[in-house]
Ligand binder design. Structure first.
Ligand SMILES: NC(=O)N[C@@H](CC(=O)O)C(=O)O
Ligand SMILES: [Zn+2]
Ligand SMILES: [Zn+2]
Length: 441
């Protein structure tokens, strides 16, 4: 299957001829439930009848999914625009099939005020590649000492609902409890980076186990993750508030979440593409590309994460797209910045690890990568089914195409792509956000 064929593209029309680029007919697309259909689009919405002057898009052999939604993206603007800007990161998102990303708060300055949150949202709107939803910090400056302006960020034009100190774990349980109480009235959610630094030695930078001993690196034990999850689900229960657990990596963490859900606690959880696909085996060469927080784990943990994503204990895939400039990665393993790119290969990795292994069908992919993340972030116009009256926010996917990943074939300003040189699916043909094409191959 090659790229979709554009039977009449506005760019090829004669100058002066007015073209209605807000109307499209996507023919022969397969929906997530396996049925084949034509999709009619007019003024940003899926409509029931073929619109006039429509651009035709041949989707024979392609699958149409609702636009993907990422609840966990690091853009580096403001502060480190050399590594990523709102525009470059949101274009990388569109190339990955995403129509909405949530921008983490660990920028410089931190997104801990209404003004800063509005600024991120405005930059996203100006760039126009995807909906950029700012995440607000839980504590001022991510300092872990004093609550940020949670209510004001929510009341701002940015309408912040997701709060996170990601990069840092909120260690103070009293502060976490008060944050839960603050966000409950407006249905906010706290997204925790669950990693108890008290359980890791200084400079911890990989999985604690046989490997950390052999490499002479300080490690993070899985229990550093699960104790924070256990604490936070109980705080969520006690306050009647909502918890989201970022980047779960351990079988122990999954067990606690399973227990909490069985008890009816309002908790959701996330797995990253890299924790579904990569293991500690990558770390043996001390390549800092594979340094990430929380660390890559062993096969047994990877299996537990895949199983939990399949059975719904883990609700969503969040990319944790973490761009870094070379000068922040070119160090000894212990000193390099943690984090790796994720937006452009997220769907490919989920296909490889979850679809091709028979663990998720396409409806499952839609749930984990679109519907559920939109629901957790309460983003009303995203994650919607492809039905008449719904927004024309979608991605056309070629399920068969594969390619060798090239880190230079990217919209990101950073090159810390852990999939570089690997053979993976190459699915994204076209991304459309509210009736506008934001990416086409
Ligand atoms: N994942 C990472 O290793 N790094 C993230 C922070 C984070 O997600 O904890 C970053 O901002 O670079
Ligand atoms: Zn984190
Ligand atoms: Zn992160």
């Amino acid at each position: 299957m090659t790229s979709p064929r554009f039977l009449s593209s506005p760019a090829t029309k004669e100058p002066g001829v007015s073209t209605d680029t807000s109307a499209f007919v996507i023919t022969g697309a397969q929906l997530p439930d396996g049925t084949r259909t034509d999709l009619f689009i007019s003024d940003g919405v899926l409509v029931g009848e073929r619109p006039d002057n429509a651009e035709a898009i041949d989707a024979d052999g392609l699958i149409a999914l609702p636009g993907l939604v990422d609840l966990h993206t690091h853009l580096r603007e403001p502060g480190r625009e050399d590594a990523e800007t709102v525009a470059s990161g949101s274009l990388a998102a569109a190339r990955g099939g995403f129509t909405c990303i949530h921008a983490m708060a660990n920028t410089t300055p931190v997104t801990d005020t209404a003004e800063n949150a509005e600024h991120i949202a405005d930059l996203g709107r100006e760039a126009g590649h995807a909906q950029v939803v700012p995440i607000g910090a839980i504590t001022k400056g991510l300092g872990g000492k004093e609550l940020a302006e949670l209510g004001l960020m929510h009341q701002s034009r940015a309408g912040v609902r997701v709060f996170s100190d990601d990069g840092n774990c909120v260690m103070d349980p009293g502060l976490m409890r008060r944050a839960f109480e603050w966000v409950r009235p407006f249905d906010g959610v706290l997204a925790q980076h669950a990693q108890d630094s008290g359980l890791a030695g200084p400079g911890a930078c990989c999985h604690e186990g046989e490997l950390s001993g052999r490499l002479g690196l300080a490690g993070w034990p899985p229990v550093a993750e699960s104790v924070i999850i256990a604490r936070d689900v109980q705080l969520a229960e006690a306050t009647g508030s909502r918890l989201h657990v970022c980047h779960v990596t351990s079988a122990e963490g999954v067990d606690v979440i399973r227990w909490a859900k069985a008890r009816g606690i309002n908790v959701t959880a996330e797995a990253t593409p890299h924790h579904l696909y990569l293991t500690t085996a990558e770390v043996v060469g001390y390549d800092t590309l594979y340094k990430v927080n929380p660390p890559l784990r062993t096969d047994e943990h990877v299996e537990a994460i895949r199983a939990a994503l399949a059975d719904g204990t883990i609700d969503i895939v969040g990319t944790d797209h973490a761009p870094h400039a070379p000068q922040d990665k070119d160090h000894a393993f212990a000193d390099a910045r943690p984090g790796m790119l994720g937006l452009e290969q997220a769907l490919a990795v989920v296909m490889e690890t979850m679809v091709h292994t028979g663990r998720l069908d396409w409806a499952g992919v839609v749930d984990r990568m679109s519907a559920a993340p939109a629901r957790i972030g309460r983003v009303a116009e995203q994650g919607r089914p492809l039905a008449v009256g719904e927004p024309a926010t979608l991605v056309l996917v070629d399920p068969a195409r594969r390619a060798t990943v090239d880190r230079d074939d990217s919209a990101s300003l950073s090159r810390n792509n852990p999939y570089h040189g690997r053979d993976l699916p190459d699915p994204v043909e076209l991304t459309m956000w509210a009736g506008r094409i934001t990416h086409r191959r």
